[in-house]
Design a protein around this ligand. Sequence first.
Ligand code: FAD
Length: 458
Amino acid sequence: MTTLQIDPLRAAVRGPIVTPADAAYDSVRQVYNAMIDKRPALIVRCVDVADVMAAIEFARANGLLTAIRGGGHNGGGLGTCDGGLVIDLSLMRHVRVDPEARVADVSGGCVWSDVDHATHPFGLAVPCGFISSTGVGGLTLGGGIGYLTREYGLTIDNLVSADVVLADGRFVTADERRHPDLFWALRGGGGNFGVVTSFRFRLQPVKMVYAGPTFWPMEQAREVLAAYRGYIVGAPEHVNGFFAFLTIPPAPMFPEALHLKKVCGVMWVCTSPAAEAAAATKPMRSVGTPLLDQQGDMPLPLVNGLFDGLYPPGLQWYWRADFVKELSDEAVARHARHGAELPSMHSTMHLYAIDGAAHRVGAGDTAFSYRDANWAEVIVGVDPDPKNAPKITKWCKDYFDALHPYSAGGAYVNFMMDEGQERVQASFRDNYERLSRIKTKYDPTNFFRVNQNIRPGG
Ligand SMILES: Cc1cc2nc3c(=O)[nH]c(=O)nc-3n(C[C@H](O)[C@H](O)[C@H](O)COP(=O)(O)OP(=O)(O)OC[C@H]3O[C@@H](n4cnc5c(N)ncnc54)[C@H](O)[C@@H]3O)c2cc1C
Protein backbone atom coordinates (compact mmCIF):
# COMPACT_ATOMS: atom_id res chain seq x y z
CA MET A 1 0.00 0.00 0.00
CA THR A 2 1.52 3.34 -1.03
CA THR A 3 1.50 6.53 1.07
CA LEU A 4 -0.66 8.18 -1.56
CA GLN A 5 -3.51 5.75 -1.03
CA ILE A 6 -3.47 6.31 2.73
CA ASP A 7 -3.31 10.10 2.58
CA PRO A 8 -7.11 10.64 2.48
CA LEU A 9 -7.46 8.41 5.53
CA ARG A 10 -4.68 10.27 7.34
CA ALA A 11 -6.57 13.49 6.70
CA ALA A 12 -9.80 12.00 8.00
CA VAL A 13 -8.62 10.55 11.33
CA ARG A 14 -7.06 12.05 14.44
CA GLY A 15 -5.43 8.86 15.72
CA PRO A 16 -2.11 7.51 14.36
CA ILE A 17 -2.02 5.13 11.40
CA VAL A 18 0.70 2.50 11.61
CA THR A 19 2.02 0.64 8.55
CA PRO A 20 4.90 -1.84 8.01
CA ALA A 21 7.09 1.17 7.16
CA ASP A 22 6.79 2.55 10.71
CA ALA A 23 9.25 1.75 13.50
CA ALA A 24 6.33 1.12 15.87
CA TYR A 25 4.74 -1.48 13.54
CA ASP A 26 6.10 -4.60 15.22
CA SER A 27 5.10 -3.56 18.72
CA VAL A 28 1.67 -2.20 17.69
CA ARG A 29 0.71 -5.28 15.65
CA GLN A 30 1.46 -7.69 18.50
CA VAL A 31 -1.47 -9.29 20.29
CA TYR A 32 -1.52 -10.95 23.71
CA ASN A 33 -1.03 -14.54 22.45
CA ALA A 34 2.49 -14.82 21.03
CA MET A 35 1.43 -17.87 18.99
CA ILE A 36 -0.36 -15.37 16.74
CA ASP A 37 1.92 -13.50 14.35
CA LYS A 38 -0.16 -11.56 11.84
CA ARG A 39 0.90 -8.69 9.60
CA PRO A 40 -1.87 -6.24 8.78
CA ALA A 41 -1.38 -3.71 5.96
CA LEU A 42 -2.38 -0.88 8.27
CA ILE A 43 -3.49 -0.34 11.84
CA VAL A 44 -5.77 2.63 12.48
CA ARG A 45 -5.41 3.60 16.13
CA CYS A 46 -8.79 5.26 16.54
CA VAL A 47 -9.29 7.93 19.18
CA ASP A 48 -13.01 8.55 18.64
CA VAL A 49 -16.17 7.44 16.82
CA ALA A 50 -15.35 9.59 13.80
CA ASP A 51 -12.04 7.73 13.37
CA VAL A 52 -13.88 4.40 13.46
CA MET A 53 -16.31 5.63 10.80
CA ALA A 54 -13.46 6.84 8.58
CA ALA A 55 -11.57 3.54 8.97
CA ILE A 56 -14.64 1.52 7.98
CA GLU A 57 -15.28 3.74 4.97
CA PHE A 58 -11.65 3.40 3.84
CA ALA A 59 -11.65 -0.37 4.30
CA ARG A 60 -14.87 -0.74 2.31
CA ALA A 61 -13.66 1.54 -0.49
CA ASN A 62 -10.44 -0.46 -0.79
CA GLY A 63 -11.95 -3.91 -0.27
CA LEU A 64 -9.77 -4.57 2.78
CA LEU A 65 -10.26 -7.44 5.19
CA THR A 66 -11.02 -5.70 8.51
CA ALA A 67 -10.36 -6.78 12.09
CA ILE A 68 -11.51 -5.02 15.28
CA ARG A 69 -9.09 -4.92 18.15
CA GLY A 70 -10.30 -4.25 21.68
CA GLY A 71 -7.95 -5.61 24.37
CA GLY A 72 -6.10 -7.89 21.91
CA HIS A 73 -6.53 -10.89 24.24
CA ASN A 74 -8.40 -13.23 21.95
CA GLY A 75 -6.87 -16.74 21.96
CA GLY A 76 -7.30 -17.23 18.25
CA GLY A 77 -5.98 -13.75 17.45
CA LEU A 78 -9.31 -12.40 16.19
CA GLY A 79 -8.26 -8.84 17.02
CA THR A 80 -5.91 -8.74 14.02
CA CYS A 81 -5.48 -10.08 10.48
CA ASP A 82 -2.99 -10.65 7.68
CA GLY A 83 -2.84 -8.04 4.93
CA GLY A 84 -5.92 -6.08 5.99
CA LEU A 85 -6.92 -3.14 8.15
CA VAL A 86 -7.08 -3.29 11.94
CA ILE A 87 -9.45 -0.92 13.71
CA ASP A 88 -7.45 -0.64 16.93
CA LEU A 89 -9.59 0.76 19.77
CA SER A 90 -6.89 0.53 22.44
CA LEU A 91 -6.50 4.32 22.65
CA MET A 92 -10.22 4.70 23.45
CA ARG A 93 -10.18 3.97 27.18
CA HIS A 94 -12.51 6.38 28.91
CA VAL A 95 -14.92 5.36 31.69
CA ARG A 96 -17.66 7.58 33.10
CA VAL A 97 -19.45 6.47 36.24
CA ASP A 98 -22.87 7.79 37.19
CA PRO A 99 -23.19 6.64 40.81
CA GLU A 100 -26.78 7.86 41.15
CA ALA A 101 -28.10 6.06 38.10
CA ARG A 102 -25.70 3.20 38.87
CA VAL A 103 -24.42 2.97 35.31
CA ALA A 104 -21.01 3.31 33.69
CA ASP A 105 -20.19 4.32 30.12
CA VAL A 106 -17.13 2.39 29.01
CA SER A 107 -15.25 3.14 25.76
CA GLY A 108 -14.80 0.23 23.34
CA GLY A 109 -11.03 -0.13 23.84
CA CYS A 110 -11.02 -0.33 27.65
CA VAL A 111 -9.58 -3.27 29.54
CA TRP A 112 -11.16 -4.44 32.78
CA SER A 113 -8.62 -2.73 35.04
CA ASP A 114 -9.86 0.60 33.57
CA VAL A 115 -13.40 -0.25 34.65
CA ASP A 116 -12.34 -1.55 38.09
CA HIS A 117 -10.30 1.60 38.67
CA ALA A 118 -13.20 3.91 37.80
CA THR A 119 -16.02 2.10 39.58
CA HIS A 120 -14.33 0.87 42.78
CA PRO A 121 -14.19 4.24 44.61
CA PHE A 122 -18.00 4.32 44.38
CA GLY A 123 -18.30 0.83 45.90
CA LEU A 124 -19.64 -0.40 42.56
CA ALA A 125 -18.53 -2.95 39.96
CA VAL A 126 -19.41 -4.40 36.55
CA PRO A 127 -19.43 -8.23 36.54
CA CYS A 128 -16.24 -8.87 34.55
CA GLY A 129 -13.72 -11.70 34.08
CA PHE A 130 -10.86 -13.20 36.08
CA ILE A 131 -7.95 -11.17 34.66
CA SER A 132 -7.96 -7.41 34.56
CA SER A 133 -5.88 -6.99 31.38
CA THR A 134 -8.59 -8.60 29.20
CA GLY A 135 -10.51 -6.30 26.85
CA VAL A 136 -14.01 -5.16 27.73
CA GLY A 137 -15.02 -5.32 24.03
CA GLY A 138 -14.33 -8.94 23.20
CA LEU A 139 -15.18 -10.31 26.64
CA THR A 140 -18.54 -8.55 26.77
CA LEU A 141 -19.64 -9.32 23.22
CA GLY A 142 -18.98 -13.04 23.75
CA GLY A 143 -20.92 -13.13 27.03
CA GLY A 144 -18.55 -12.42 29.92
CA ILE A 145 -17.89 -15.03 32.60
CA GLY A 146 -16.25 -14.05 35.87
CA TYR A 147 -16.12 -13.90 39.65
CA LEU A 148 -19.55 -12.29 39.98
CA THR A 149 -21.43 -14.49 37.48
CA ARG A 150 -23.29 -16.65 40.02
CA GLU A 151 -24.64 -13.61 41.85
CA TYR A 152 -25.06 -10.96 39.14
CA GLY A 153 -25.05 -12.92 35.86
CA LEU A 154 -22.86 -12.69 32.79
CA THR A 155 -21.41 -9.33 31.76
CA ILE A 156 -24.06 -9.11 29.00
CA ASP A 157 -26.78 -9.49 31.61
CA ASN A 158 -25.58 -6.11 32.92
CA LEU A 159 -25.39 -4.39 29.54
CA VAL A 160 -27.88 -1.54 29.22
CA SER A 161 -26.98 -0.24 25.75
CA ALA A 162 -24.20 -0.10 23.18
CA ASP A 163 -23.07 2.56 20.68
CA VAL A 164 -22.22 0.82 17.42
CA VAL A 165 -20.71 1.81 14.08
CA LEU A 166 -22.25 -0.54 11.52
CA ALA A 167 -20.69 -2.02 8.38
CA ASP A 168 -22.31 0.67 6.21
CA GLY A 169 -20.78 3.40 8.40
CA ARG A 170 -23.99 4.35 10.22
CA PHE A 171 -23.83 5.05 13.96
CA VAL A 172 -26.64 3.62 16.12
CA THR A 173 -27.38 3.06 19.77
CA ALA A 174 -28.84 -0.35 20.51
CA ASP A 175 -30.85 -1.17 23.62
CA GLU A 176 -34.14 -2.89 24.54
CA ARG A 177 -36.07 -0.14 22.68
CA ARG A 178 -33.79 1.00 19.85
CA HIS A 179 -32.63 -1.70 17.42
CA PRO A 180 -33.67 -4.44 19.88
CA ASP A 181 -32.67 -7.17 17.39
CA LEU A 182 -29.14 -5.78 17.25
CA PHE A 183 -29.04 -5.44 21.05
CA TRP A 184 -30.08 -9.11 21.36
CA ALA A 185 -27.34 -10.20 18.93
CA LEU A 186 -24.60 -8.12 20.59
CA ARG A 187 -25.20 -9.96 23.85
CA GLY A 188 -23.17 -13.09 23.02
CA GLY A 189 -22.81 -12.86 19.23
CA GLY A 190 -19.27 -11.39 19.33
CA GLY A 191 -17.85 -8.72 17.02
CA ASN A 192 -20.07 -9.79 14.09
CA PHE A 193 -22.39 -6.80 13.95
CA GLY A 194 -20.28 -3.66 14.13
CA VAL A 195 -17.70 -1.78 16.13
CA VAL A 196 -18.96 -1.03 19.64
CA THR A 197 -17.48 2.33 20.52
CA SER A 198 -19.12 2.53 23.96
CA PHE A 199 -20.88 0.15 26.36
CA ARG A 200 -23.31 1.28 29.06
CA PHE A 201 -23.30 -1.15 32.01
CA ARG A 202 -25.50 -1.45 35.07
CA LEU A 203 -23.32 -1.32 38.20
CA GLN A 204 -23.55 -3.77 41.09
CA PRO A 205 -22.82 -2.96 44.75
CA VAL A 206 -19.51 -4.80 45.17
CA LYS A 207 -16.41 -3.27 46.75
CA MET A 208 -14.61 -5.72 49.03
CA VAL A 209 -14.68 -9.49 48.56
CA TYR A 210 -13.54 -12.43 50.67
CA ALA A 211 -11.11 -14.25 48.41
CA GLY A 212 -8.23 -16.68 48.12
CA PRO A 213 -7.46 -20.28 47.19
CA THR A 214 -7.76 -23.74 48.70
CA PHE A 215 -5.17 -26.15 47.23
CA TRP A 216 -5.10 -29.93 47.54
CA PRO A 217 -2.45 -32.47 46.49
CA MET A 218 -2.98 -33.77 42.96
CA GLU A 219 -3.50 -37.28 44.37
CA GLN A 220 -6.78 -36.05 45.91
CA ALA A 221 -8.06 -34.61 42.61
CA ARG A 222 -10.83 -37.20 42.07
CA GLU A 223 -12.23 -36.79 45.56
CA VAL A 224 -12.02 -32.98 45.42
CA LEU A 225 -13.58 -32.58 41.95
CA ALA A 226 -16.37 -35.06 42.81
CA ALA A 227 -17.14 -33.00 45.93
CA TYR A 228 -16.92 -29.70 44.03
CA ARG A 229 -19.49 -30.70 41.37
CA GLY A 230 -22.09 -31.31 44.07
CA TYR A 231 -21.11 -28.40 46.28
CA ILE A 232 -20.92 -25.41 43.92
CA VAL A 233 -24.22 -25.85 42.10
CA GLY A 234 -26.13 -25.73 45.37
CA ALA A 235 -23.96 -23.10 47.06
CA PRO A 236 -25.36 -19.66 47.97
CA GLU A 237 -24.90 -17.19 45.11
CA HIS A 238 -22.63 -14.89 47.12
CA VAL A 239 -20.10 -17.73 46.85
CA ASN A 240 -18.07 -18.07 43.69
CA GLY A 241 -15.27 -20.58 43.31
CA PHE A 242 -13.74 -21.93 40.15
CA PHE A 243 -12.02 -25.32 40.10
CA ALA A 244 -8.50 -25.54 38.64
CA PHE A 245 -5.56 -27.80 37.94
CA LEU A 246 -2.48 -25.64 38.29
CA THR A 247 1.15 -25.37 39.30
CA ILE A 248 1.69 -23.15 42.35
CA PRO A 249 3.86 -20.28 41.08
CA PRO A 250 7.06 -19.40 42.95
CA ALA A 251 5.52 -16.22 44.36
CA PRO A 252 6.17 -14.84 47.87
CA MET A 253 2.47 -15.15 48.79
CA PHE A 254 2.83 -18.98 48.80
CA PRO A 255 5.00 -21.03 51.20
CA GLU A 256 8.28 -21.98 49.52
CA ALA A 257 7.68 -25.66 50.13
CA LEU A 258 4.70 -25.48 47.76
CA HIS A 259 6.43 -23.63 44.94
CA LEU A 260 6.10 -25.36 41.55
CA LYS A 261 3.95 -28.12 43.03
CA LYS A 262 1.15 -29.37 40.72
CA VAL A 263 -2.13 -29.22 42.60
CA CYS A 264 -5.87 -29.00 42.20
CA GLY A 265 -7.67 -26.13 43.81
CA VAL A 266 -10.63 -23.82 44.13
CA MET A 267 -10.17 -20.06 43.83
CA TRP A 268 -12.82 -18.44 46.02
CA VAL A 269 -14.38 -15.01 45.63
CA CYS A 270 -17.35 -14.30 47.92
CA THR A 271 -19.20 -11.02 48.15
CA SER A 272 -20.50 -11.76 51.66
CA PRO A 273 -18.79 -10.71 54.93
CA ALA A 274 -15.84 -12.89 55.99
CA ALA A 275 -17.62 -14.97 58.63
CA GLU A 276 -20.55 -15.78 56.35
CA ALA A 277 -18.27 -16.59 53.42
CA ALA A 278 -16.00 -18.79 55.54
CA ALA A 279 -19.00 -20.71 56.87
CA ALA A 280 -20.56 -21.12 53.43
CA THR A 281 -17.35 -22.47 51.86
CA LYS A 282 -16.42 -24.68 54.84
CA PRO A 283 -18.10 -27.85 53.51
CA MET A 284 -15.87 -27.73 50.43
CA ARG A 285 -12.74 -26.55 52.21
CA SER A 286 -13.11 -29.50 54.62
CA VAL A 287 -12.87 -32.09 51.84
CA GLY A 288 -9.69 -34.23 51.97
CA THR A 289 -6.52 -32.67 53.34
CA PRO A 290 -5.80 -29.24 51.85
CA LEU A 291 -2.19 -28.15 51.41
CA LEU A 292 -3.18 -24.50 51.71
CA ASP A 293 -6.42 -22.79 52.66
CA GLN A 294 -5.94 -19.04 52.63
CA GLN A 295 -8.68 -16.42 52.22
CA GLY A 296 -9.11 -12.85 53.39
CA ASP A 297 -10.86 -9.54 52.67
CA MET A 298 -9.61 -7.84 49.51
CA PRO A 299 -10.72 -5.05 47.17
CA LEU A 300 -12.29 -6.55 44.04
CA PRO A 301 -9.79 -4.79 41.69
CA LEU A 302 -6.92 -6.45 43.57
CA VAL A 303 -8.49 -9.87 43.05
CA ASN A 304 -9.08 -9.14 39.37
CA GLY A 305 -5.40 -8.29 39.00
CA LEU A 306 -4.01 -11.27 40.95
CA PHE A 307 -3.15 -13.30 37.83
CA ASP A 308 -1.99 -10.38 35.65
CA GLY A 309 1.66 -10.78 36.70
CA LEU A 310 1.66 -14.53 36.13
CA TYR A 311 0.19 -14.12 32.64
CA PRO A 312 1.89 -11.11 30.98
CA PRO A 313 1.45 -10.53 27.24
CA GLY A 314 3.81 -12.49 25.00
CA LEU A 315 3.30 -16.08 26.17
CA GLN A 316 2.37 -18.94 23.85
CA TRP A 317 -1.28 -19.99 24.37
CA TYR A 318 -3.24 -22.90 22.94
CA TRP A 319 -6.94 -23.01 23.86
CA ARG A 320 -9.74 -25.58 23.92
CA ALA A 321 -13.13 -25.30 25.64
CA ASP A 322 -16.56 -26.79 26.21
CA PHE A 323 -19.75 -26.11 28.11
CA VAL A 324 -20.54 -28.76 30.72
CA LYS A 325 -23.89 -29.63 32.24
CA GLU A 326 -22.94 -32.61 34.37
CA LEU A 327 -19.69 -34.11 35.55
CA SER A 328 -19.99 -37.90 35.55
CA ASP A 329 -17.64 -40.10 37.58
CA GLU A 330 -15.87 -41.05 34.34
CA ALA A 331 -15.43 -37.36 33.41
CA VAL A 332 -14.00 -36.68 36.88
CA ALA A 333 -11.55 -39.57 36.46
CA ARG A 334 -10.44 -38.30 33.04
CA HIS A 335 -9.96 -34.77 34.41
CA ALA A 336 -7.78 -36.13 37.20
CA ARG A 337 -5.68 -38.11 34.71
CA HIS A 338 -5.03 -35.22 32.29
CA GLY A 339 -4.83 -32.57 35.01
CA ALA A 340 -1.93 -34.44 36.59
CA GLU A 341 0.00 -34.10 33.34
CA LEU A 342 0.14 -30.28 33.19
CA PRO A 343 2.95 -29.71 30.65
CA SER A 344 4.27 -26.37 31.98
CA MET A 345 4.01 -24.03 34.96
CA HIS A 346 1.51 -21.72 33.23
CA SER A 347 -0.74 -24.43 31.74
CA THR A 348 -4.05 -24.92 33.49
CA MET A 349 -7.63 -26.18 33.31
CA HIS A 350 -10.47 -24.17 34.83
CA LEU A 351 -14.11 -25.03 35.40
CA TYR A 352 -16.06 -21.79 35.83
CA ALA A 353 -19.46 -22.06 37.53
CA ILE A 354 -22.09 -20.34 35.37
CA ASP A 355 -25.28 -21.22 37.26
CA GLY A 356 -27.16 -18.93 39.65
CA ALA A 357 -28.12 -15.57 38.14
CA ALA A 358 -26.83 -16.61 34.70
CA HIS A 359 -29.45 -19.39 34.68
CA ARG A 360 -32.31 -16.97 35.33
CA VAL A 361 -31.97 -15.56 31.80
CA GLY A 362 -33.61 -17.67 29.10
CA ALA A 363 -31.63 -19.44 26.34
CA GLY A 364 -33.39 -17.26 23.73
CA ASP A 365 -33.33 -13.98 25.69
CA THR A 366 -29.82 -13.11 24.49
CA ALA A 367 -27.57 -14.66 21.82
CA PHE A 368 -25.70 -16.61 24.57
CA SER A 369 -27.50 -19.91 24.28
CA TYR A 370 -26.00 -22.24 26.92
CA ARG A 371 -27.98 -20.94 29.91
CA ASP A 372 -28.48 -24.50 31.10
CA ALA A 373 -24.77 -25.32 31.37
CA ASN A 374 -23.35 -25.42 34.88
CA TRP A 375 -19.73 -24.85 33.90
CA ALA A 376 -17.60 -23.32 31.18
CA GLU A 377 -14.53 -25.53 30.91
CA VAL A 378 -11.32 -24.12 29.49
CA ILE A 379 -8.06 -25.97 28.91
CA VAL A 380 -5.03 -23.82 28.10
CA GLY A 381 -1.52 -24.94 27.26
CA VAL A 382 0.68 -21.92 28.10
CA ASP A 383 4.43 -21.37 28.09
CA PRO A 384 6.86 -18.52 27.42
CA ASP A 385 9.08 -20.60 25.09
CA PRO A 386 7.92 -21.04 21.46
CA LYS A 387 9.94 -24.29 21.38
CA ASN A 388 7.39 -25.77 23.81
CA ALA A 389 4.41 -24.88 21.59
CA PRO A 390 4.00 -28.43 20.22
CA LYS A 391 4.12 -29.91 23.74
CA ILE A 392 1.49 -27.59 25.26
CA THR A 393 -0.70 -27.89 22.16
CA LYS A 394 -0.66 -31.69 22.27
CA TRP A 395 -1.53 -31.79 25.98
CA CYS A 396 -4.40 -29.37 25.42
CA LYS A 397 -5.84 -31.26 22.44
CA ASP A 398 -5.52 -34.69 24.12
CA TYR A 399 -7.21 -33.39 27.28
CA PHE A 400 -10.02 -31.82 25.25
CA ASP A 401 -10.54 -34.96 23.14
CA ALA A 402 -10.85 -37.05 26.30
CA LEU A 403 -13.47 -34.78 27.90
CA HIS A 404 -15.42 -33.52 24.88
CA PRO A 405 -17.73 -36.59 24.77
CA TYR A 406 -18.87 -35.62 28.31
CA SER A 407 -19.62 -32.00 27.39
CA ALA A 408 -22.85 -30.25 26.44
CA GLY A 409 -21.66 -29.98 22.82
CA GLY A 410 -20.73 -26.34 22.19
CA ALA A 411 -18.24 -24.01 23.81
CA TYR A 412 -17.99 -20.45 25.07
CA VAL A 413 -16.97 -18.56 21.90
CA ASN A 414 -14.44 -16.47 23.82
CA PHE A 415 -12.47 -19.57 24.84
CA MET A 416 -12.22 -21.02 21.33
CA MET A 417 -9.48 -20.77 18.72
CA ASP A 418 -10.26 -21.04 14.99
CA GLU A 419 -12.26 -24.28 15.07
CA GLY A 420 -14.54 -23.92 12.06
CA GLN A 421 -18.18 -23.13 11.30
CA GLU A 422 -19.67 -26.28 12.75
CA ARG A 423 -18.21 -25.49 16.13
CA VAL A 424 -19.50 -21.89 15.96
CA GLN A 425 -23.00 -23.12 15.16
CA ALA A 426 -22.86 -25.71 17.94
CA SER A 427 -22.00 -22.93 20.37
CA PHE A 428 -25.04 -20.82 19.46
CA ARG A 429 -27.40 -23.79 19.01
CA ASP A 430 -30.97 -22.62 18.23
CA ASN A 431 -29.91 -18.97 18.33
CA TYR A 432 -27.66 -19.32 15.27
CA GLU A 433 -30.42 -18.93 12.70
CA ARG A 434 -31.75 -15.74 14.31
CA LEU A 435 -28.21 -14.39 14.55
CA SER A 436 -27.72 -15.11 10.87
CA ARG A 437 -30.90 -13.18 9.99
CA ILE A 438 -29.75 -10.21 12.07
CA LYS A 439 -26.32 -10.43 10.43
CA THR A 440 -28.05 -10.24 7.03
CA LYS A 441 -29.84 -7.08 8.12
CA TYR A 442 -26.85 -5.24 9.64
CA ASP A 443 -23.87 -6.72 7.73
CA PRO A 444 -25.13 -8.42 4.55
CA THR A 445 -21.67 -8.63 2.90
CA ASN A 446 -20.02 -10.15 6.00
CA PHE A 447 -17.69 -7.15 6.24
CA PHE A 448 -17.02 -8.04 9.90
CA ARG A 449 -15.78 -11.61 9.47
CA VAL A 450 -12.61 -11.73 11.59
CA ASN A 451 -14.46 -13.29 14.51
CA GLN A 452 -16.31 -16.49 15.44
CA ASN A 453 -18.23 -15.87 12.28
CA ILE A 454 -21.99 -15.77 11.92
CA ARG A 455 -22.71 -15.91 8.22
CA PRO A 456 -25.40 -13.78 6.66
CA GLY A 457 -28.16 -15.64 4.89
CA GLY A 458 -30.65 -16.62 7.56
C1 FAD B 1 -5.58 -14.29 30.03
C2 FAD B 1 -7.00 -14.33 29.60
C3 FAD B 1 -8.00 -14.35 30.53
C4 FAD B 1 -9.35 -14.41 30.14
N1 FAD B 1 -10.32 -14.44 31.11
C5 FAD B 1 -11.61 -14.42 30.73
C6 FAD B 1 -12.63 -14.38 31.71
O1 FAD B 1 -12.36 -14.35 32.90
N2 FAD B 1 -13.92 -14.36 31.32
C7 FAD B 1 -14.26 -14.38 30.00
O2 FAD B 1 -15.46 -14.34 29.70
N3 FAD B 1 -13.31 -14.42 29.04
C8 FAD B 1 -12.01 -14.45 29.39
N4 FAD B 1 -11.03 -14.50 28.44
C9 FAD B 1 -11.42 -14.64 27.03
C10 FAD B 1 -11.72 -13.29 26.45
O3 FAD B 1 -13.06 -12.95 26.76
C11 FAD B 1 -11.55 -13.31 24.93
O4 FAD B 1 -10.21 -13.60 24.65
C12 FAD B 1 -11.95 -11.99 24.30
O5 FAD B 1 -12.03 -12.17 22.90
C13 FAD B 1 -10.97 -10.89 24.64
O6 FAD B 1 -11.47 -9.66 24.25
P1 FAD B 1 -10.44 -8.54 23.74
O7 FAD B 1 -11.21 -7.31 23.47
O8 FAD B 1 -9.29 -8.46 24.69
O9 FAD B 1 -9.91 -9.25 22.43
P2 FAD B 1 -9.54 -8.80 20.95
O10 FAD B 1 -8.52 -9.79 20.51
O11 FAD B 1 -9.19 -7.38 20.86
O12 FAD B 1 -10.90 -9.03 20.17
C14 FAD B 1 -11.53 -10.28 20.18
C15 FAD B 1 -12.78 -10.29 19.34
O13 FAD B 1 -13.73 -9.36 19.85
C16 FAD B 1 -14.08 -8.39 18.90
N5 FAD B 1 -14.11 -7.07 19.55
C17 FAD B 1 -13.31 -6.61 20.54
N6 FAD B 1 -13.67 -5.38 20.90
C18 FAD B 1 -14.72 -5.04 20.11
C19 FAD B 1 -15.54 -3.88 20.01
N7 FAD B 1 -15.35 -2.84 20.81
N8 FAD B 1 -16.54 -3.88 19.09
C20 FAD B 1 -16.74 -4.95 18.29
N9 FAD B 1 -16.00 -6.07 18.36
C21 FAD B 1 -15.00 -6.11 19.26
C22 FAD B 1 -13.03 -8.48 17.82
O14 FAD B 1 -13.54 -8.24 16.56
C23 FAD B 1 -12.57 -9.91 17.90
O15 FAD B 1 -13.37 -10.72 17.08
C24 FAD B 1 -9.67 -14.43 28.78
C25 FAD B 1 -8.66 -14.38 27.84
C26 FAD B 1 -7.33 -14.33 28.22
C27 FAD B 1 -6.26 -14.31 27.21
